[in-house]
Design a protein around this ligand. Structure first.
Ligand SMILES: C[S@@+](CC[C@H](N)C(=O)[O-])C[C@H]1O[C@@H](n2cnc3c(N)ncnc32)[C@H](O)[C@@H]1O
Length: 313
């Protein structure tokens, strides 16, 4: 029997309502996943409206194509990293967009498929690639990258205070034989974290797994560049909605939105603000929107979700 591909969409109404959809507009879902946000957008578009949906994961795309087949005249699927947003949209003749959605991270089916190696809950080869055509895997990073680089990854992307200790244990383990599986990595992490700290704050491997996943997929740099590209391509009064799941992503979103909504420093003595010196964005919500109690009850993944929306002037 075919495995179910089910991803519970987070902050669905808040995100799509926040886009202020024009029924004949052009919208881009940068992270199609299970297709929940895309479906909600497509329902609000007339025959003239259009949705372009990106995912770098071919399996996600195949399932979402099936879910959205009733909208086939209005939707275009793109198998690509959103890193190539500008070029891919230009390739299909689009230079201006009325709204973008980013719902970052990994979908539930990706997490729950043991062989993809995202989860510390299943024993699997160290993979963690969202795009399986990419050559860099977690195995490569963990076994071949230098000690200092590994410390940096775990400390920066995992915000793990025992980064050095974990990296040291990885180095010791790989001297004997390559670290091959998620469970081997879990054991190394547990061994590196002192027992009292191990018992606090969720699974001890959570932060380190997040760190390697971010490194393998170069998630933060790609997101920052794509968010700037999306802002460049947004039409006047168009909106950008971003859902993040950890503080590193949220910080990038907050800073990019802030920078691009802040007026540039003016040459002194000008009577009026010339075009190009005003901020290009206004923030639709100053504080991030969080999931409601009701949503949290049915979807624990929504707990760390934060939604920020900005509008192009
Ligand atoms: C949280 S899920 C999106 C769920 C979707 N909004 C829904 O309602 O079903 C994130 C999806 O984005 C994809 N993704 C993450 N980073 C990406 C990137 N840089 N380029 C393209 N797709 C990406 C993942 O493969 C995953 O399928």
């Amino acid at each position: 029997m075919e495995k179910q591909f089910e991803h519970e969409t987070v902050l669905k109404n808040e995100t799509v309502n926040g886009l202020n959809i024009k029924e004949d507009g052009i919208y881009v879902d940068c992270t199609l996943g299970g297709g929940g946000h895309s479906e909600q957008i497509l329902r609000q578009l007339s025959e003239k409206g259009r949705l372009i949906a990106f995912d770098q994961d071919e399996i996600a795309l195949e399932h979402a194509k099936n879910r959205l087949k009733g909208f086939s005249g209005k939707v275009t699927f793109v198998h690509s990293n959103f890193q190539h947003l500008k070029q891919e949209l230009r390739n299909i003749g689009i230079s201006e967009v009325n709204g973008f959605v980013f719902d970052l991270g990994v979908s539930s089916p990706q997490f729950d498929e043991p062989e993809r190696g995202f989860s510390y809950r299943f024993d699997a080869p160290l993979d963690m690639r969202m795009d399986r055509s990419q050559s860099l895997t977690a195995f490569e990073v963990i076994n071949h990258w230098q000690f200092e680089e590994i410390v940096k990854i775990i400390a920066r992307y995992g915000e793990e205070r025992f980064a050095k200790q974990i990296a040291r244990k990885i180095e010791k383990a790989r001297e004997k034989k390559p670290v091959e599986t998620t469970f081997e990595l879990v054991e190394i992490i547990k061994d590196a974290i002192p027992a009292p700290a191990r018992r606090k704050g969720g699974h001890p491997a959570k932060r380190t797994f997040q760190a390697f996943r971010i490194a393998v997929n170069n998630e933060l740099q790609v997101f920052e560049e794509a968010l700037n590209d999306a802002i460049d391509m947004t039409a006047s009064t168009g909106r950008i909605a971003v859902i993040t799941f950890h503080s590193l992503e949220d910080r990038i979103c907050k800073q990019v939105f802030k920078r691009r909504s802040t007026p540039q420093e003016l040459p002194k003595g000008l009577p009026i603000i010339p075009e190009g010196f005003e901020g290009e964005l206004s923030l639709v919500n100053r504080k991030p929107i969080l999931a409601s109690e009701e949503e949290l009850e049915s979807n624990s993944r929504a707990q760390s979700a934060k939604l920020r929306i900005a509008e192009k002037k």
